[in-house]
Write a protein that binds this ligand. Structure first.
Ligand SMILES: CC(C)(COP(=O)(O)OP(=O)(O)OC[C@H]1O[C@@H](n2cnc3c(N)ncnc32)[C@H](O)[C@@H]1OP(=O)(O)O)[C@@H](O)C(=O)NCCC(=O)NCCS
Length: 170
């Protein structure tokens, strides 16, 4: 398996067309999607379309919510990465399979992605938001140094999501 980026425990790969089984393992799990969209579930079509979006984002913008793997086992953890937001800013996100929660993996993966965004992509800022009921997400973002900037309406859930910004260190 080829990783374009690694941390001490995690390897980052890139979504490819043949990855629908991996995509289903992640976005087909209602525990993963329950706070991400209004219905709490992704249909088979929505999973396939999400995979296509990730592959298209790599082609057009050189970013994805990249698939991540445990280096010690090569097990599939989930995804963490970026999508275009506005100008030279990206939105950051992380979706992990439940058996990998509570091990600090989201924080470790997201810290590596923030470094990548500022050092390789020369991003001006990162944006992130989370469902108001997602306490774990808010903890991860605050641990990384994101600053709360207000609540913003988020179409996929129909809720106002606490939103955050991270600027490069001077
Ligand atoms: C949100 C998510 C990425 C967190 O991943 P994780 O690897 O468990 O996160 P970490 O271990 O790095 O840190 C999570 C922090 O939140 C805390 N936490 C976890 N679940 C919590 C909960 N239900 N309530 C309160 N705090 C919680 C942890 O204790 C930890 O805090 P600490 O460092 O102070 O101990 C993971 O739960 C997930 O993928 N959920 C489904 C998809 C999702 O909702 N993604 C976010 C979309 S915005």
């Amino acid at each position: 398996m080829h990783f374009f980026l690694t941390t001490s425990r995690i390897g980052f790969s890139k979504w490819q067309k043949g990855d629908i089984k991996l995509a289903e393992l992640l976005w087909g799990d209602p525990d993963v999607t329950k706070l991400i969209c209004a219905s709490g579930k992704f249909s088979v079509e929505e999973i396939s379309s999400r995979l296509t979006t990730e592959i298209d984002n790599e082609t057009k913008y050189h970013v994805q919510y990249w698939p991540i793997f445990e280096l010690s086992s090569t097990n599939f953890i989930g995804c963490c990465g970026l999508r275009p937001y506005r100008g030279n800013e990206y939105e950051m996100g992380f979706h992990l399979r439940p058996q990998f929660w509570g091990k600090g993996y989201a924080t470790e993966a997201a810290a590596a992605i923030a470094d990548y965004a500022f050092s390789v992509l020369k991003a001006d800022a990162l944006f992130a938001g989370h469902n108001p009921n997602n306490v774990a997400s808010s903890k991860v973002l605050l641990k990384l140094g994101f600053r709360y900037i207000g609540n913003k309406f988020y179409e996929p859930t129909g809720l106002y999501h606490p939103s955050y910004e991270l600027k490069p260190k001077l």
